[in-house]
Design a binder for this molecule. Structure first.
Ligand code: CO
Length: 150
């Protein structure tokens, strides 16, 4: 089911999201809906707060594939990249943001299995952007230049 993507100004986007405790059918349904919503919106990533659910859950769709991260944490962040970024919760705008160029994550999948992963370049940017959502941070807080897209 496609869920509504909340927009900047909604307080749920500014909350620190809670860790997932139960790896149950409700989590699976949330992730299924987030995937469908992300694909329909043609985005690179979506965090649960963006569909009004204050849980530490994100999905990312990049060249490397489709990924689901539950309770993700950074192990390390390295390097730097500066480039354009947008957000499905800040419709019609983009900005220039500096991010790490390489990150290592620890996370759980929807079944509660623990994994680690290294993301580089745009994948790392997407991961950093989505993890910020879990702490109530929007890219517009970090961007040097936010403007309307043509
Ligand atoms: Co976003």
């Amino acid at each position: 089911m496609i869920r509504e993507i909340v927009q900047i100004g909604d307080p749920v986007l500014r909350k620190v999201a809670q860790p997932v405790q139960n790896f149950d059918e409700e989590l699976a349904a949330l992730l299924d809906d987030m995937k469908e919503t992300l694909i329909a919106a043609e985005g690179a990533g979506l965090a649960a707060p963006q569909v009004g659910v204050s849980l530490r859950v994100v999905c990312v769709l990049v060249e490397e594939g489709y990924f689901e991260f539950v309770n993700p944490i950074f192990v390390w962040q390295k390097g730097e990249q500066t480039g354009p970024e947008g957000c499905l919760s800040v419709r019609g705008k983009s900005g220039i943001v500096t991010r790490p160029s390489k990150v290592k994550l620890l996370f759980y999948d929807r079944k509660g299995e623990r994994y680690s992963l290294v993301a580089r370049d745009f994948f790392a940017r997407a991961v950093c952007h989505e993890l910020d959502h879990l702490d109530g941070i929007l890219y517009t807080d970090k961007a040097t230049d936010v403007r309307a897209e043509d």
